[in-house]
Write a protein that binds this ligand. Sequence first.
Ligand SMILES: [Zn+2]
Length: 297
Amino acid sequence: MVGATQRAMIRPCLTLSCMPELPEVETIARGLDQRIAGDTIESVWLGEKPEPLKSPPEEIASVLEHSRIAHVRRVGKHIVFNLEGENRNGQKTRAQWIVHLGMTGQLRIASAQTGAAKHTHAILKLASGRELRFVDPRRFGRLAVVRVESQDGSGFAAPGDEPLDARIDRFITLFRHRKTPIKSALLNQKLLSGVGNIYADESLFRAKVRPRRRASSLTRAELQKLHAALREVLKEAIKAGGSSVSDYVDAEGRSGFFQLKHRVYGREGQPCFVCKTPIKRVIIAGRSSHYCPHCQK
Ligand SMILES: [Zn+2]
């Protein structure tokens, strides 16, 4: 539940530049799990555009068809569907469908009667009569399948550590010898998986650390603050996002989800909420970075 004060802190995000970050992907994965876990995929239609298909189309169709969706969860910025099926010999098989939403990708649950939207690249017909559709106007989204061969194999894994699971000692180990700006290190997906530009800027503001500082120059105390700030900002955003998931997954043509009101991101020239100093914007490793020159050292 989102309380009245928190509701005031969130705003709709409807522009193309608002690509889904970790909290949105988490929210979408949770919503999908609630709605379609337990359902079975009866058949699959795939569009002709090659870009979204990271596995061969026949492979995607053969893995998905007749599989039961056991569980949907987030791994990094990917949505992972754990699938269960049976091979010709009646033995249980396991596989995963991995979806990356890119910039404009959406997974929509629709009734079979609803006409398919423009830019629909995949339709999964479910035993419940509903359809799960992948819609993506800009085609940066990706669909892939992985067969999980061994019994204990966990399947798809993101390259870096999960930011909400990484403990403080691990966090310090990841960052303390890095010569790159701390902002670039936070965005490095081989270190942490799924931290994007917005939440990197917001957590650096909360930790009072300038984005251009070398990661290796941060004291242990600063890294501890940053670790706590990153977890805090991601958890708050997940909480806020939970209220809008039904809009995102269900509604035809409605692409918005909600994000926390940013304290620095996108606020260049506007007064800092803490000290009123205008927020600055600099480019670090090709990405816009926003910070308060007074509050952040
Ligand atoms: Zn300030």
